[in-house]
Design a binder for this molecule. Structure first.
Ligand SMILES: C[S@@+](CC[C@H](N)C(=O)[O-])C[C@H]1O[C@@H](n2cnc3c(N)ncnc32)[C@H](O)[C@@H]1O
Length: 320
């Protein structure tokens, strides 16, 4: 792999991180890392995050969808930024058996978990790089494909990551990012506000209504956030995207084309999303039937064709 000019000269950090790993091979660690903007969810509480998101069948399904939208050469060199505990990495290693992957993440804890999940054969095709992806100097035009799942909305400067990735791709190379989109989240906010407003009549517990309100507040903040707003320093999820914003950012950093598509199945889109979200934050999707009926009403109001266009969670594929 062509990873240039990264100096791994802090033996303390390297040994501290490597001591948590099952093997010393394939792991590169940056000499110093600035964790500003990265929350404990990915550092001190990394194992909880890894456990919650570990679902092999789901990641295989998701990456299959992405791979249907891109063209890879034989034996592709793949760059993955913000790879976390390796959910997408493992799926890619299985789905593209001749690929070599450089998987990066800023979190030593998550890199250690990913390393432990790789089989010996998979480790041979993988290099793990623990560093701020924006601080790395990749050899220009050294990767055929790049991917990032749920990384851009955590960054202070998503565009800087796109510039970094674009530079690292060969001409004609593609990059896919899977991110939350604003149009679908605004509709979701309207649905949740309906549930909160009618909570007494729908029989929604106050404690659940408070969680719904937090989601509404979060959407409102992310939709209107600016880089110079100090709130950005404490927010874990910082941004929501639109197809237009991705197109403009892609153009500024040197991509020729961008195409967005919805990643979840759009039938029952809002019901499915709220179900998964409640399970993630509360451990159970414990809304009363009356509330699910309201949510299904919104799912019926929006045709599947329209839901394909408003994007709740989606992917953008850039071509250089
Ligand atoms: C929501 S998690 C997604 C992890 C993984 N892609 C997945 O989908 O399971 C976001 C990841 O981005 C990583 N991250 C945040 N800022 C980063 C940076 N500047 N460089 C590299 N990784 C970063 C975090 O450590 C975390 O693992």
């Amino acid at each position: 792999m062509n990873l240039k000019a990264v100096r791994y000269n802090n033996p303390m950090l390297i040994s501290a991180v490597r001591s948590k790993l099952t093997s010393k091979s394939n792991v590169w660690v940056a000499p110093s890392i600035d964790f500003a903007g990265v929350t404990d969810q990915f550092l001190a509480n990394a194992s909880e995050y890894a456990e919650k998101t570990d679902n092999r069948a789901y990641w295989q399904w998701l990456l299959t969808k992405v791979l249907q939208r891109v063209t890879l050469p034989k034996a592709p060199r793949i760059l993955e930024v913000g790879a976390g505990s390796g959910n997408a990495t493992l799926a890619l290693l299985e789905l593209v058996p001749d690929a070599r992957i450089l998987a990066n993440d800023i979190s030593p804890q998550l890199i250690a978990i990913m390393r432990a999940r790789l089989t010996a054969a998979q480790a041979k095709r993988t290099e793990l790089v623990c560093a701020d992806a924006l601080a790395l100097e990749f050899e220009p035009e050294s990767f055929d494909f790049a991917i990032g799942t749920a990384i851009l909305h955590h960054l202070f400067e998503p565009e800087a990551m796109l510039r970094q990735v674009c530079r690292a791709l060969v001409p004609g190379g593609q990059a896919a990012f899977l991110e939350p989109f604003e149009p679908g989240h605004v509709v979701l906010r309207v649905i949740l506000e309906h549930l909160i407003r009618d909570r007494a009549v729908l029989g929604i517990a106050e404690e659940i209504a408070a969680d719904l309100q937090r989601s509404v507040d979060d959407t409102a903040m992310r939709a209107s956030l600016r880089r110079d707003d100090p709130t950005i320093n404490i927010l874990d999820d910082k941004w929501l995207f639109t197809a237009g914003r991705f197109a403009a950012m892609g153009e500024r950093v040197g991509f020729r084309r961008s195409v967005c598509f919805s990643t979840p199945d759009v039938t029952g889109l809002f019901e499915g999303h709220i179900h998964c979200w409640l399970k993630y934050v509360r451990g159970r999707a414990d809304l009363p039937d009356t509330a699910w009926e309201v949510i299904r009403h919104y799912d019926r109001v929006f045709s599947d064709d329209l839901k394909q266009e408003i994007f709740l969670d989606g992917a953008v594929v850039f071509t250089k």
